[in-house]
Design a protein. Structure first.
Length: 289
């Protein structure tokens, strides 16, 4: 069987993403602020290489979204990490209801020099165009809806929901462009692809889950062993193999097939659902060095 790694490299670049990237290139010239939404559980894996390469002279705000699901300590580390690289950074839960205040304050501060310039030229001072970009399913449309306080664009819990670019008028002074999630045609290493499946940015239906979940269980054992123990009510030894841990989870949660053996596929899905929904606890899967 082909490995997941090979499969991933050929499957994750559908036509509408290639088109979205072309459209972003066409629109970005007229934009004042690029707002890139990352998933705080995997901020490095969801950081777009494509966007980094084209934003040399743009103001660039990173939203570390879903920070309600990520590790609080890592949130701070990543905020500092991206600040040092020259980005403006906001940690956010886009499902909370106070985000317009936070973002407005941030935009005014980011654009203070632009406002000054416009003032001097006698132009309208605080009218801004922003583009919302990021990988699939990171919460771009949720961010917009929450910002305007109404369901203006479509949100669903799977990747590839937004298919076309869409301008959203926030107020007479602020225009937002919602874009489909974009991915890289190739990733520099396999773990990035695995992490994108784990957070739901790539659809797990296109992959064989076992390799990904065994990798994840090994990561949990090394970094979040208490979460594993608490969620599944099991003892975990640091020398356990991922397969042994899967076995323990299956027995503890009674995920057993007709032949009285642990049903591995159902355990894989349980772990995936528990992680995505936050039931495994607040976890960040990208490792920062
Ligand atoms: N817990 C949590 N869930 C979030 C947050 N933001 C978005 N979500 C959920 O994430 C899922 C995807 O949200 P969307 O807004 O559709 O994501 P998108 O980036 O527009 O996705 P595409 O259009 O497919 O690229 C939905 O189930 C949202 O409810 C957040 O900050 N916290
Ligand atoms: Mg969307």
């Amino acid at each position: 069987m082909e490995s997941n790694w090979h499969e991933m490299n050929i499957q994750w670049f559908p036509g509408h993403i290639a088109k979205a990237r072309r459209d972003i290139l066409l629109n970005i010239k007229n934009i004042d602020i690029v707002i890139e939404v990352l998933d705080a559980r995997a901020p490095l894996s969801t950081k777009s290489v494509f966007l980094s390469s084209l934003q040399k002279n743009k103001k660039h705000l990173l939203i570390l979204n879903k920070s309600d699901l990520s590790d609080d300590k890592k949130n701070i580390l990543y905020k500092n990490y991206f600040n040092k690289l020259g980005y403006y950074v906001v940690l956010l839960n886009s499902k909370s209801n106070n985000i317009s205040k936070i973002i407005n304050r941030e935009i005014l501060s980011i654009c203070s020099d632009l406002i000054e310039k416009r003032k001097n030229k006698g132009l309208k001072i605080n009218s801004f165009k922003t583009i919302i970009v990021g990988m699939p399913n990171v919460g771009k449309s949720t961010f917009i809806n929450s910002y305007v306080k109404k369901n203006i664009v479509k949100v669903e819990n799977h990747p590839g929901v937004t298919k076309k670019m869409q301008w959203v008028k926030i107020s007479k002074d602020l225009l937002l462009l919602d874009t489909p999630g974009i991915t890289e045609p190739k990733f520099s290493n396999q773990n990035i692809g695995f992490n994108l499946v784990l957070i739901g940015s790539l659809n797990e239906k296109n992959f064989v889950l076992d390799e990904i979940i065994l990798y994840f269980v090994d990561f949990l054992k090394k970094n979040y062993i208490e979460n594993l123990k608490n969620r599944y009510n099991i003892d975990v030894d640091i020398n356990d193999t991922p397969n042994q841990i899967i076995e323990k989870i299956g027995i503890s949660k009674n995920i057993i097939s007709k032949n009285s053996l642990v049903d591995y596929n159902r355990v894989y899905n349980t772990i995936l659902i528990d992680f995505r929904s936050g039931k495994l606890g607040k976890i960040t899967i990208d490792e920062i060095y």
